[in-house]
Write a protein that binds this ligand. Structure first.
Ligand code: AVI
Length: 322
């Protein structure tokens, strides 16, 4: 397909575009207004997220990369030769490249993302440097069911790679369901390698999720700007203050946009009111203990075989077997 590396296949499963509108309208109609965090990641939002990963306070990406470097040889030994990597939310090519380079002659890589353009470009870029791998890209919302047997996934031991602690952005019930979905991609003996952020002191977490450089705040304001752009919205980002706080009872950082004054706005022709100090809940980032996460994984039907922990800023990578 022109530039970039040649993909073995590109499958567009057409995640429905109407979801954004209906999810936003539904979320803003609740007593606690909310917008699902998966909509952060338009092109601008993804670029701002890259800025977050470079913020000094946001330890998550840096810590996971270091841990991946450290455990690469162990992952390789456990996986054996010829593994086929499946990546939901194919985002950071840095991480997938590290994994591919660490493993023993992997046979294939299939990236999946809700943005077709993004996943295609990302997988083609990996293909340029890995002509020996069978590489495919799938445009799909990975929280939805998928029939992998209908796709030309190369044969071999499957290894789902889900880094970044993205699992922490789901409500616990949804995280359990997502783990079950990922398990359904696997056959007996296949593996899920998943990055999971661990509990740490509240002030450290609150700084990580409200960096002084303002990247995380911008990430949230962009969500409003995206609604204005794509859904004919009239939200005023300056009318909101970004707030992040650690909720120890639910073991999660909660993120909100708080109205600085009473406002009226419309989205797609629907009118909304928000009162001064009222909030729009934009995201949660759950923080686990190793044992707590292993319990969740076991509930989803995985055997938690091994967990590696980076001790500086506690972060874990789990090896879960089906
Ligand atoms: C993608 N995800 C794991 C990030 C996190 O750490 O929860 C999203 C994020 N939101 C604000 N900062 C980072």
């Amino acid at each position: 397909s022109g530039e970039g590396g040649a993909l073995a296949f590109f499958a567009d499963l057409k995640p429905s575009a109407s979801d954004f509108r209906s999810d936003v309208l539904e979320g803003l109609s609740r007593p606690q207004k909310a917008i699902p965090p998966k909509y952060f990641y338009d092109q601008t939002g993804s670029a701002i997220f890259d800025r977050i990963t470079e913020a000094p306070e946001y330890y998550v990406t840096r810590t996971e990369l270091e841990l991946l470097d450290r455990i690469g040889p162990q992952l390789s030994e456990r996986a054996g030769p010829g593994a086929v990597i499946l990546e939901p939310g194919a985002g950071s090519s840095v991480k997938i490249r590290k994994l591919i380079d660490a493993l023993d002659r992997p046979a294939g890589y299939v990236g999946m993302d809700i943005s077709g353009e993004h996943v295609r470009a990302a997988c083609e870029a990996v293909a340029v440097d890995h002509e020996d791998l069978t590489i495919g890209a799938v445009c799909h919302d990975f929280t939805r069911d998928i029939d992998l047997d209908a796709l030309p996934v190369p044969p071999g031991r499957r290894l789902v790679f889900f880094p970044g602690s993205t699992i922490g952005n789901f409500e616990l019930a949804d995280a359990l369901e997502l783990l079950r979905t990922l398990r359904s991609w696997l056959r007996d003996g296949d593996i899920l390698i998943i990055g999971v952020d661990l509990r740490k002191p509240g002030p450290v977490l609150e700084a990580a999720y409200d960096d002084a450089g303002g990247a995380t705040a911008d990430f949230n304001y962009n969500l409003l700007a995206r609604i204005n752009r794509e859904l004919e919205g009239s939200l005023e980002p300056e009318g909101f203050e970004y707030r992040a706080f650690w909720n120890p009872f639910r073991s999660r950082v909660e993120m909100y946009l708080q109205a600085r004054r009473d406002m009226e706005f419309s989205v797609s022709g629907s009118r909304f009111n928000i009162r001064e100090t009222e909030t729009i809940h934009t995201e949660n980032s759950h923080k686990f203990t190793v044992a707590g996460f292993q319990d969740l994984a076991a509930k989803a039907g995985f055997a938690p075989a091994k967990a590696w922990v980076h001790e500086d800023m506690p972060f874990s990578i789990h090896w879960l077997e089906r």
